[in-house]
Structures are given as C-alpha cells and as structure tokens.
Design a protein around this ligand. Structure first.
Ligand SMILES: Nc1nc2c(ncn2[C@@H]2O[C@H](COP(=O)(O)OP(=O)(O)O)[C@@H](O)[C@H]2O)c(=O)[nH]1
Ligand SMILES: [Mg+2]
Length: 299
C-alpha cells in the first residue's frame, strides 16, 4: 500500500508512467486498485469533454485537430473507448495513426481503453479511470466514445461537456436522429462540412436544437477536422460551456449520475448470468425453483 501512496504522489506531479500504471491497475482491477481509488484526493476540476458520434464521423480527426490547437499552452489527456468492438484493434489502430504526431508530445497523454464485458461495466470503469486521470494536472481531458447503442447516452452522464459529432446527410434526415441525442448534446459538431449537403443539414439541425428551451443554448458548429477548420470555435464553445456549468445545477446532476453508475456496478459485481443459469438449473431439477426466492438470494 505504501507503493500505492507513492503512485498517488507521482500522479499529482503529472508523471505519465505512473498515470499509465494507475490506469492499468484500475482497468484490470489489479490488487490494490480499490485502495488506490479510495485514497485519491478529491475536488479535482479538470473538465472532461466527451466526444461521441457514429463511427467514421471524424471524432479522432477532430481530437487531433483540438490537440494541435491546444498543446502549445495546455496539458491534454485523450482516452478513447470503443465498447462496440472489444476485439477489433483496427479502430484503435486508426486512432493511433490519426493522433500519431502527438503521441510523444510532452503535454499529451493518449490512452486507448480496452473494453470488456457489459456496457454498464464499461461506464463504471470509465468513471473510475477518469478519477485517476483527474489527478494528473491536465487542463482538458477528452474521452472519445463510439456512438453505438447506449454508450453514447452514457457518456453524457460522465463528461462535463458532451460534444456530438455528426456528418451531413442529405435533406431531412436530421429528423430521424437517434432518440436521446438531442438531450445529451451540449455542443453539436457537423464535421465534414466540406460536403455539399452540409449547410442544409446545419440549418435543419439548428432549427431542431432551438426548439429546446433549456438555459444552455446548444451551438451547432461546422468543422472540417482534416483541415483544422472550425476547431477554434469548438474550443471556444467548450470553454463557454465549462463556465456555464460552474453557475448551473448540472454539476450536482453529473455527480448523481456518476454515483448511480458506480452503485449499480458494485451491486452487480458478483452477479453473473452463468451463475444464475446454474442456480436455476439446479433448483428446477430439485423442484424448488422460485423466481423471487432466487432474486432475493442475489441482492
Ligand atoms: N472530407 C472529410 N473527411 C474527414 C473529415 N474529418 C475526418 N475525415 C475522414 O473521415 C474518416 C474517419 O475519421 P475518424 O477520425 O477516424 O472518425 P471516427 O471513427 O469518428 O474517429 C477518416 O478517413 C478521416 O480522414 C472532414 O472534415 N472532411
Ligand atoms: Mg475514432
């Protein structure tokens, strides 16, 4: 445990080797990881910016462009999570190539997270890992998650600011946008704005967004990430949203979401489908299966 205290001290000094080691500990639940999490100093306020959206929308390219704009003056961490493809290293390799110029930059820490198991698990893991990254004195932490299934909705409960990256599609297809996306986006980014349909798409999206009457006016920004066009506006919007959060009640809501996820993960820690199946099989064969009896024995 002394070595973990030492690790925590090194983290606070922004030591990347210690950070990498601490993330690996948490990611793989190595011995001492509980102690590590419970002994991290609290009250770190580095903004966590979630970048989500469909595969191929240009999230990694955008992050690369954000890095280019930020790294001369700021320390930036990038976590990339792809819960949809636990065994597909291709996506991660692609990210590696797109951000390669910053891999060795002293102000940049990039880490791909292997995701295993259920999505709920991924979510709790990401919260835990972000707690660790928060210790290492970054100015910004970006978390890129692939917008598939529930994961992109979950990132909203984890990130302070959620950027949804979309690509222009013909005509009115904005209307068929996945349920829940409107609610989670703090900033919409229409990337690949070099495409012909971009302006129509932006106009349609903007009119949809303006139907929303929340106190934060969600900006719809155009980008060409490959050419670093629009990146400065994205950073401006992120900074503005960070300031907005300080004065709003969202901070409490975010913490509620985090606690909820972590409680859920802890309660489910020893509940496995295979064990349940085994118990059901035994009880059925013994003729004493009772649905609620079994549930009660698990909670
Ligand atoms: N035309 C165009 N292509 C882009 C733009 N941004 C990214 N791309 C390309 O889109 C592809 C997917 O980009 P990537 O960043 O890996 O997407 P991700 O899956 O969302 O991370 C790559 O081939 C990029 O070069 C853009 O603004 N315009
Ligand atoms: Mg990517």
């Amino acid at each position: 445990l002394q070595s973990i205290d030492f690790l925590i001290t090194n983290l606070a000094q922004g030591n990347y080797a210690s950070l990498a080691r601490a993330i690996t500990m948490v990611e793989n639940e190595l011995p001492g990881y509980d102690y590590l999490l419970r002994n991290l100093p609290t009250n770190r306020n580095t903004p966590v910016i979630g970048i989500t959206g469909p595969p191929g929308a240009g999230k990694s390219t955008l992050v690369n462009s954000l890095l280019q704009a930020l790294v001369s003056k700021h320390k930036v961490a990038v976590l990339s999570v792809d819960p949809s493809s636990p065994f597909n290293l291709g996506a991660l390799l692609g990210d590696r190539i797109r951000m390669s110029e910053f891999y060795l930059h002293p102000n940049v820490f990039i880490r791909s997270l292997a995701s295993r198991g259920a999505l709920g698990g991924v979510c709790a893991k990401l919260i835990e890992i972000l707690e660790v990254v928060q210790q290492a004195n970054f100015d910004y932490i970006f978390a890129e998650t692939v917008g598939v299934g529930q994961s992109e909705l979950d990132i909203a409960g984890i990130a302070n600011t959620t950027c949804v990256v979309m690509v222009p599609e013909a005509g009115d297809e904005v209307q068929t946008m996945k349920a829940g996306i409107m609610e989670i986006a703090d900033i919409f980014i229409v990337n690949k704005a070099d495409r012909a349909e971009a302006d129509t798409f932006v106009r349609n999206l903007t009119s949809l967004v303006h139907d929303n009457t929340s106190e934060w006016a969600v900006p719809v920004l155009k980008c060409v990430a490959t050419k670093h066009v629009g990146t400065a506006e994205v950073i401006e919007a992120i900074v503005k949203h960070t300031h907005f959060l300080i004065t709003s009640d969202r901070k409490i809501q975010l913490l509620v979401d985090k606690v909820f996820h972590l409680v859920q993960a802890q309660r489910m820690r020893n509940v496995h489908r295979s064990d349940i199946g085994e118990k059901i099989r035994t009880q059925l064969s013994q003729g004493n299966f009772n649905l609620y009896g079994l549930v009660d024995s698990l909670v």
